[in-house]
Design a protein around this ligand. Sequence first.
Ligand SMILES: *Cc1c(COP(=O)(O)O)cnc(C)c1O
Length: 470
Amino acid sequence: MHSTEGTGNAVAHEDGRTDERDPYAEGRAARRDEAVRAAVEQGLLDTDNPLVGLLDVTGIRESAAELKAAFEAVAAPGTPVLHAFAVKASPLVPVLRLLREEGIGAEVASPGELALARAAGVEPERTVLDSPAKTPAELREALALGIAVMVDSPQELDRLDALMAGSASRSPVGIRVNPQVGGGSIEALSTATATSKFGVALRDEGAREWVVRAYLDRPWLTRLHAHTGSQGIALSMMARGITETYELAEEINRRAGRRQVDTIDIGGGLPVNFASEESTPTYTRYARLLSEAVPGLFDGRYGLVTEFGRSLLAKHGTVVARVEYAKSAGGRPVAVTHAGVQVATRTVYAPASWPLRIAAYDAKGRPKEGPPVVQDVAGPACFAGDLLAQAQSLPLLEQGDHAAALDTGAYYFAHHYAYNSLPRPGVYGFVPGGESGIAFATVRTPQTVEEIVTESGAAHTDALVTGLTP
Ligand SMILES: *Cc1c(COP(=O)(O)O)cnc(C)c1O
């Protein structure tokens, strides 16, 4: 049922190692099937609520534990390691709180994300602020809170100079560098190209020396940051970016004659395998690869910060949508569902880069049986390209069935796009257990039509008619 064609993910296989197995895959798929059935049975999903996002709490905990164990296994005993979840991957307060309970902090990149992390109770010392466009007010707040600040540009460093003078901030501060090791298969997600907008471009003329001097002149610069990976980037390239960052830290410390840089933030960006159930590459493999490529990073002289987002959450989210109508066009069956561009924006606008596996469930939420039929799975939005999947082979979806878009726990339903004023769907976390086999908790209530009207300027209805008095 879960196998699809035409969704080959080059990255997942690029590093060879097809023998890597994900021990959690089977359990995850079984829990998901149970959750879809229970969501229908318990009425979270019905004719009036034809779209939900489901989060597998057990799976999130498993990934968090695997992440921690992977780095513990390669770092010298006692090495401080902060795993800061990139909030942008799942900006939902209960998710951040769950991760906090698992010992995971937060990487934030806007006042909104910082507010979410704080609402979830993430401690300042477990919070890291990155962002290429921080305002003076944001920087002041971060320093007042004592959260770590990664400086993105020389102009931002000027601002910090002014703010740090006479301040007693506890904030660890570092500079983000771009090792310019190259891009991956998705241009928009390649952070380490020669012309990437992020960080200080290390290979530009004079840049490396500028960075070293910046540290030597400022004893309060104690961290160094790079985030070179993302979906579409090979692990070997990520390792190269981190190696270069480590070597820069070594150079700074050598020239400073002391361990001025005490912590290296290696960013996130582990790619996710959207082509099958297996969650590969695993953190274990990535941490091992890094420890072989950059042993000095793990020998206890440096504290470590990581900023994984997609890889922590993607496999644990599922969008489930009712099939409102089933039709046929040009000989191809089309299932018209309630999940489209509003919950799967990247997939709809860039289907070649972001193919999703679709699973078919029947009207009662049970895995649908039947011979595979090549079909389109469409969304509700009013443009032709609003397709969740094109020409995927699935048991034929019929009216009243359900289509599930898998691996959508990061950057999908949590990132609502308000096209056609479609409402944000409800999001529910689940665990196995209880009388009905699955217990649900509300993570985010579905947006109501009244809320859409209010958020669309209803308080200013006459603004353009009688409200303009020049
Ligand atoms: C987006 C981002 C991350 C997380 O990236 P993933 O690909 O989701 O792991 C980490 N650090 C920074 C600075 C980012 O911008």
